[in-house]
Design a protein. Structure first.
Length: 266
């Protein structure tokens, strides 16, 4: 565990160096936050009875999504992991006395945490100071505790699923296509484009049992109050199930892939 802690610390400090990128990202996220909320307000005013979520829930959903985007963004990958596989650098990594799956997983966690630390607080402060209906409202303490647990699990599920994409690079020449398709699929089915309650009934029924529902969909709806109480606890158990399943699948596939690694030159 000391090795993994050191990996996370090193990568975390490395990620904190990119302050200019964080400032640019915050500016973009402010703009997207206003744009998405304004769009929802327009639809809500047109026909409130047909809206599947309370508008206050949607406002909280959008601002929390923007504040913690770096924890859940599905298009963000550690490209040096792909490079290690495609260039043969992994041969050196395999000589080190550390589990490769754990190393990559810790690397991904640290990168996302460092980016979230730089961006989340300013965005949240800004959202709390806004006038209604754009204002972000804090949940009850119990609901907040459930959100924190769900938020941590959601990020871990995202990384566990992306680990499968990294491992696929052992079997294909260029992982760009798999990376793109998986990002689009995760983004849509996890509620990044629109919340799952807005899906047609049949599509929503399918989406809510897939691992994507255990990603940002869960913590955002818990914070907003759209999911609360016993239902929130059930969602957290659902996240634990998919996190365990994805990690087991990833480790088994990784073990199989590493038994047949071939690098240039033999």
């Amino acid at each position: 565990m000391t090795v993994y802690a050191s990996l996370i610390k090193t990568r975390f400090i490395h990620g904190l160096q990119y302050r200019a990128a964080a400032i640019a990202g915050m500016t973009t996220q402010y703009a997207f936050g206003f744009m998405f909320i304004s769009m929802h307000l327009a639809f809500y005013k047109a026909n409130p009875s047909a809206y599947p979520m309370d508008i206050s829930h949607v406002v909280a959903y959008v601002w929390i999504q923007q504040a913690f985007l770096t924890l859940y963004m599905t298009w963000f990958y550690e490209y040096d992991i792909f490079a290690a596989i495609t260039t043969g650098q992994i041969a050196y990594d395999l000589t080190r006395p550390i589990d490769m799956y754990g190393k990559w997983y810790c690397q991904c966690i640290a990168s996302r945490l460092s980016k979230a630390l730089l961006r989340s607080a300013p965005i949240l402060l800004f959202a709390f100071l806004l006038p209604p209906p754009y204002k972000l409202v804090a949940p009850e303490p119990g609901q907040l505790a459930l959100f924190i647990m769900s938020a941590a699990l959601a990020s871990c599920v995202v990384i566990a699923f992306q680990m499968l994409v990294y491992i696929s690079a052992f079997y294909i020449i260029n992982a760009g296509g798999v990376r793109l398709m998986s990002a689009v699929l995760m983004d849509f089915m996890a509620g990044a484009t629109i919340p799952l309650p807005f899906f047609p009934d049949r599509l929503r029924a399918v989406a809510e049992v897939l691992p994507f529902a255990a990603m940002q969909n869960a913590p955002l709806r818990i914070y907003s109050g759209n999911i609360y109480g016993v239902n929130a606890a059930k969602v957290i158990l659902f996240q634990l199930f998919w996190l365990t399943a994805l990690i087991i699948a990833g480790r088994l596939w990784m073990s199989k892939a590493l038994r047949k690694v071939i690098t240039q030159g033999g």
